[in-house]
Design a binder for this molecule. Structure first.
Ligand SMILES: [Zn+2]
Length: 242
């Protein structure tokens, strides 16, 4: 199978898997706030682990990777500033303003696009690494959609709609992954830049979107334990895959 098709299928599977995130909400309209914190810590730790794996790819040229990382960090800071979402708290339960919903959806869509760059770049390194990155992103998408679904359920949105919205916000992951794969395989000299870009973006997203509120929701200790364990698990598994 052509690697571009594998990229399409793997990133589509990662986006679709996110629908499983509604499962903790079956039979309940609300989940305890600490669950939201732990879901974000789990998603954040896995994303940190993926950023680590992308940054540690063998043969990466140091200077382009470092510049790419810096650009990735600045790009995320700029998109938050440009969309007025730099200090948006992403999981305010019971918030019913329509504008809040749009802004959260916008942030999730941009977030998924950054993850698409990670999947596409990893696919150009080699197939096992690409599939590993797509699988990590797939599992990571699940707790992210739990958080998104919890926000929606607190606004009386149905479970089915919450699942569909979760998948929809992850669709950019698919397009961006395929486009990144196509660009980097056509111009292999860009690989180190793009790996650096994805590393910076992912690390920044964890710190600005996933972790800040989680500490308040579930306590410093449990968030640190969940996020570190998830990071370590991904870092250990990548050593085994690579
Ligand atoms: Zn994510």
């Amino acid at each position: 199978m052509h690697p571009a098709i594998v990229t399409l299928l793997a990133s589509s599977a990662a986006a679709t898997a996110s629908a499983l995130g509604v499962l903790p909400l079956v039979g309940r309209a609300r989940v305890p706030e600490r669950w939201i914190g732990w879901a974000n810590a789990l998603a954040g730790g896995m994303m940190f682990g993926t950023a680590f794996a992308l940054g540690a790819v063998e043969g990466e040229a140091a200077v382009p990777a470092a510049i790419g990382t810096l650009v990735g960090i600045l790009f995320i800071a700029w998109t938050h500033a440009a969309t007025g979402t730099e200090d948006l708290s992403l999981n305010r339960l019971g918030e019913t303003g329509p504008e809040y919903g749009y802004r959260v959806a916008l942030v999730q869509t941009l977030h998924a696009g950054s993850e698409g760059i990670a999947i596409g770049a990893a696919m150009t390194v080699d197939l096992p690494f690409g599939l590993f990155t797509a699988a990590t992103m797939a599992v990571h998408n699940i707790p992210e959609v739990t958080v998104l679904a919890a926000v929606q359920r607190s606004r009386s949105v149905s479970l089915a709609t919450a699942a569909l919205t979760g998948v929809a916000t992850n669709v950019p992951q698919v397009f961006v992954a395929v486009a990144t794969y196509a660009i980097v395989s056509a111009a292999p000299g860009t690989l180190s830049w793009v790996l650096g870009l994805a590393t910076g973006m992912l690390a920044n997203l964890v710190l600005v979107e996933l972790l800040p509120e989680s500490y308040r929701q579930a306590g410093h200790t449990s968030i640190a334990v969940v996020a570190s364990a998830a990071l370590a698990m991904v870092a250990l598994l990548i050593g085994w895959v690579g």
